[in-house]
Write a protein that binds this ligand. Structure first.
Ligand code: AMP
Length: 287
């Protein structure tokens, strides 16, 4: 396919996109932290299908990692990622370094703080500051890449929820396109972190999705009691494996991110666990 332009400077990225817009092109944007898997590729393909041109960003955002998290161990495969972009027909890839994104102003920083009720639960409870880091980098990226549409995965349901609210609250003129979760053949949600799973952990990792599927099947069959279902699932798929350290298995109304006990349409069932040293998340939304 075409040749992808590699852009490392913010001003060049903005000029590049504005120049395409002057040619009346619609622009799709796919923000990522790289180490592409089929989930990333599905977002890029969808953008290419729905927009005239597609821009991808690859930036492992230090602000969204806690001090004891895996920022340094986060997998980086830039060369292969660029190859994919080139093959798929991505027109530009924005790969800034930390200094370009945040400058040197260590002591004076502006952050975007999402409302407390959206960040004090699920991953926000286990990763203090994470969604502040996500909201800040995404706001910056939307200003640097003034695209028409941004393609984001439901795999990160809390992130997607917060970014939808952020775009609305801060009047950012970009349309968010929600993309479904892509999975491995055994149900495990594709994630850049999967390559850090050892053989045994990889074998039992699909239990997270099995837990979600069990709940969905029971819900479709008429069971609405989430407390009962979560207890059942924990004893069937989680507790017997000492390597799975469950962080949460929760049901929420995906309209407002409030906890629920009685399942209903548009319930978000979200799960997070550490398996070995790898933290995995997954979710489903009920119809
Ligand atoms: P990341 O590189 O992890 O920051 O993810 C970049 C984008 O890919 C985000 O919008 C994620 O929600 C999305 N994504 C991650 N995993 C998947 C998946 N398995 N299926 C679909 N989208 C995904």
């Amino acid at each position: 396919m075409g040749t992808t332009t590699l852009i490392t400077k913010k001003t060049e990225a903005r000029d590049f996109v504005n120049n395409l817009k002057l040619q009346n092109k619609t622009i799709g944007f796919v923000p990522t932290m790289g180490c592409f898997h089929d989930g990333h590729l599905s977002l890029i393909k969808k953008s290419i299908e729905h927009c005239d041109e597609t821009i991808v960003s690859i930036f492992v955002n230090p602000k969204q990692f806690g001090p004891n998290e895996d920022f340094n161990k986060y997998p980086r495969t830039l060369e292969e990622d660029l190859k994919h972009c080139n093959e798929l027909g991505v027109i530009g890839v924005f790969t800034p370094d930390n200094n370009e994104m945040y400058g040197n102003s260590e002591n004076i920083v502006f952050n975007v703080q999402p409302p407390e009720q959206y960040v004090n639960k699920l991953c926000g409870e286990f990763r203090p500051g994470h969604f502040e880091g996500v909201a800040t980098v995404v706001t910056k990226l939307f200003n640097i890449i003034p695209a028409d549409k941004v393609f984001m995965g439901c795999k990160d349901a809390q992130q997607l929820f917060i970014i939808k609210k952020l775009v609305e609250a801060l009047d950012i003129p970009i349309e968010i396109v929600e993309c479904s979760t892509i999975r491995e053949a055994d149900g495990l949600a594709c994630s850049s972190r999967n390559i850090n799973l050892d053989i045994h952990s990889r074998k039992i990792a699909p239990n997270l999705y099995q837990s979600l599927s069990f709940i969905k099947t029971a819900y479709i069959a008429g069971e609405k009691d989430f407390v009962k279902l979560s207890n059942e699932v924990k004893s069937k798929f989680i507790n017997q494996f000492k390597e799975i350290r469950l962080e949460y298995l929760l049901a929420l109304d995906y309209n407002d991110l409030k906890f629920i006990n009685v399942l209903k349409p548009y319930s978000l069932i979200a799960i997070a666990a550490k398996i070995g040293n790898v933290r995995l998340i997954d979710n489903i939304i009920l119809n």
